[in-house]
Design a protein around this ligand. Structure first.
Ligand SMILES: [Zn+2]
Length: 678
């Protein structure tokens, strides 16, 4: 019952999107919010606070959130629409088997707090009995395989996806997993905050074991065992910076070799059969060391220890869908302690998030029917084309890329598949048996449906029409294996996209997001995937050398950024995203300069167009964040904090200094220190 089975490609990314035509600006409202600005700040010292400083002061993080920014503002609008869709589906009594009935029943099951309170942990009893029955390692393997086939994978991560090196083939992937905290470093770091987090997690385990009523006297030794096991798994896991190298996690082998060389306590030939796969030749093992450690643990630990571990993992996954006391304990650690969220959202909102997250396209199909205009798609397509043209011209002018690589780069750019709004072909939910039953069982059913869909892909041609995000999501992505850029309907709203805004505002926001996603095809990872989506370096050694020298400037620039005195941005972890922001903004600006507003640098509502472009960029990334969430994201998020996503790229751009007439200040970089990649 992992929350979302959405298959982000290995190199999943973030983002946004739009375009506008020339409108009569004198008759419409100004898309630029002057009241967000803090003009007491010198833009050369801190452009982010100059552009949105007042917004930051006046919009603290709400108690039910860990951060608050432009993305949340859009989500807030979407929330009302989505709640309305689910509430009306829940009372409409649609025919059984229809998608609207499925999402209505799912929502109702989550809202029925009386049943959830009455039944407590009861729906999990069959699973707890299965754990109890285990006697040896063979039983452990059998149970892991059975649960995997039900969409309830544990201990490691299993998926079927495009082979990175042969993108036309689907192949099974085995990756590290099994942890209760978001990253291995939480178990390894020796600073006070990490130690405190570990002890809080252990306290949560103690409380939950007690709530389960399964542990007689003291639950602490049980919690301690789980912590020890997870620490071993963490120490054998690969760190995030290493994982950015796609080759580091690509170890193709036969199932026989996987069994013989890495994990002789598990017969993977038998396991994958139970997973529901037909005959499998090869698989890709992400982190061989992790599986070697799991193998050792299988025999070094007692079956009793494994029972304790699985009991915890089962309840941890299920807790948000059970009675109040389990929900609260889960919230206390995962939201309050880990992310600084003070109070829970309403039940309506929490259930809505689960249903729209797990049945994304069933909800999304209704969402877009009412909330997406055909002209938005047309404008987006036009804007994408303008950005492509600008990018193509810039590639020709690059001083560091060889002529032969420029030909390939242009080919890759021309071959981008562009998806906007929503899928042409919707998921078929006819085998998804959501019904009038306990909420957690519906969550499991939705997981199982996604698992079966994933398994069915094995041995079939790659479905290029598939979407990795539901249409209502406020985000966007580039997928290197399909060489595609995708902009869901959810993000095509202000402040990212606005049919009524002038071009400067639009190009500075969604334009830069389009550019950001495009640039991912050419960043330190994108250069390793060719136009067909295969993991294959398509640059010359010399190209890569010159590119690395330029990106080293970006790494050291972001390494220097700190928050709260002791929170340092990791320049290597965020490199790909920082390159994409810098490249995306430059390409969007080039494309904007080709519009009428850009050519003449028109003054709109009293502000020159070039200033509006950069102010719009800052507006897209404005946000406040709790200290806990900031500390978590800095360890796990490949994106820099909003402040540096704003100030980092612009401080490398000549046009920025020119627009605001900046000749000195904290952000000012002399020309030779400005990173220029695209
Ligand atoms: Zn990105």
């Amino acid at each position: 019952m992992k929350k979302l089975y959405i298959q982000f490609s290995i190199l999943a990314v973030l983002s946004i999107a739009i375009a506008a035509t020339n409108l009569n600006h004198s008759t419409m409202g100004d898309a630029l919010h002057h009241n967000y600005m803090d003009t007491t700040v010198n833009p050369g010292n801190d452009f982010y606070r100059y552009a949105v400083g007042n917004w930051i002061k006046n919009n603290p993080v709400p108690a039910s959130e860990s951060r608050w920014g432009s993305f949340n503002e859009v989500e807030e609008r979407n929330k009302k629409i989505l709640l309305n869709i689910l509430e009306s589906a829940a009372i409409s009594n649609d025919p059984i088997g229809s998608n609207r009935r499925r999402i209505g029943d799912f929502y109702k099951s989550g809202m029925d707090s009386e049943i959830l309170e009455k039944q407590g942990i009861e729906p999990l009893n069959p699973f707890l009995t299965e754990i109890k029955k285990m006697k040896n390692v063979d039983d452990l393997n059998a149970l892991l395989a059975k649960w995997q086939s039900e969409g309830n994978g544990m201990l490691f991560s299993f998926s079927v996806d495009q082979d990175l090196k042969e993108s036309s083939q689907m192949i099974p992937y085995f990756n590290q997993g099994g942890l209760s905290m978001p990253d291995r470093d939480y178990y390894i770091n020796s600073d006070d905050k990490s130690i405190k987090l570990r002890s809080e997690l252990e306290n949560t385990m103690v409380s939950v074991f007690k709530l389960m009523g399964e542990v007689d006297a003291d639950a602490r030794p049980h919690a301690h065992i789980v912590m020890q096991m997870e620490t071993r798994l963490a120490k054998a896991s690969m760190d995030r910076v290493t994982m950015r190298d796609p080759y580091a996690s690509y170890h193709k082998m036969t199932l026989q070799a996987f069994t013989n060389d890495l994990s002789s306590n598990t017969n993977w030939l038998v396991m994958v059969k139970h997973f529901g796969l037909p005959k499998v030749d090869s698989v890709i093992v992400g982190q061989p060391d992790f599986f070697k450690e799991v193998n050792k643990m299988m025999t070094e630990l007692t079956i009793q220890d494994w029972k304790t571990y699985l009991r915890w993992q089962l309840i941890r996954d299920a807790a948000p869908y059970l009675s109040h006391k389990f929900v609260s304990e889960h919230f206390r650690f995962y939201s309050t302690i880990l992310r600084g969220v003070k109070s829970q959202k309403s039940r309506e909102e929490r259930v809505m998030k689960v249903v729209e997250g797990m049945m994304g396209e069933a909800v999304g199909q209704i969402f877009v029917a009412k909330n997406f205009q055909a002209e938005a798609k047309a404008r987006m397509l036009k804007m994408v084309k303008n950005l492509q043209d600008a990018f193509r011209d810039r590639i020709q002018k690059l001083d560091w890329m060889s002529a032969e690589t420029k030909v390939k780069a242009t080919e890759k750019l021309n071959k981008f598949m562009v998806k906007i709004g929503y899928p042409d072909k919707w998921k078929d939910y006819s085998t998804c048996k959501i019904k009038n039953q306990h909420f957690v069982l519906n969550v499991m059913e939705a997981s199982k449906y996604e698992y079966n869909r994933m398994i069915a892909k094995y041995g079939s041609p790659v479905d290029k029409t598939e979407w990795g995000m539901p249409p209502q999501m406020v985000n966007a992505y580039y997928n290197p294996s399909l060489n595609e850029i995708v902009f869901p309907a959810g993000i095509l709203q202000p402040p990212f996209f606005d049919m009524n805004a002038d071009d400067a505002m639009i190009y500075g926001a969604i334009g830069a997001v389009i550019g950001h996603e495009m640039t991912h095809g050419f960043d330190d990872q994108g250069c390793q995937f060719d136009a067909e989506g295969n993991l294959k370096m398509w640059w010359t050694d010399e190209d890569k050398k010159l590119f690395d020298a330029k990106t080293a400037m970006v790494v050291s620039q972001f390494d220097k950024y700190t928050l709260l005195d002791d929170v340092h941005v990791n320049g290597k972890l965020t490199l790909g995203e920082n390159i994409a922001d810098l490249g995306g903004l430059m390409i969007a600006l080039e494309a904007f300069k080709r519009t009428d507003e850009g050519k003449k640098n028109l003054v709109v509502h009293g502000v020159p167009a070039d200033q509006r472009f950069f102010l719009s960029w800052a507006n897209a990334w404005k946000n406040n964040i709790t200290e806990a969430a900031l500390r978590q994201r800095i360890m796990t998020d490949p994106h820099s904090p909003g402040e540096f996503r704003t100030n980092g790229p612009v401080s490398n751009m000549d046009d920025f200094y020119k627009a605001f007439n900046i000749k000195s200040g904290n952000m000012f970089k002399p020309e030779k220190e400005r990173a220029k990649i695209w």
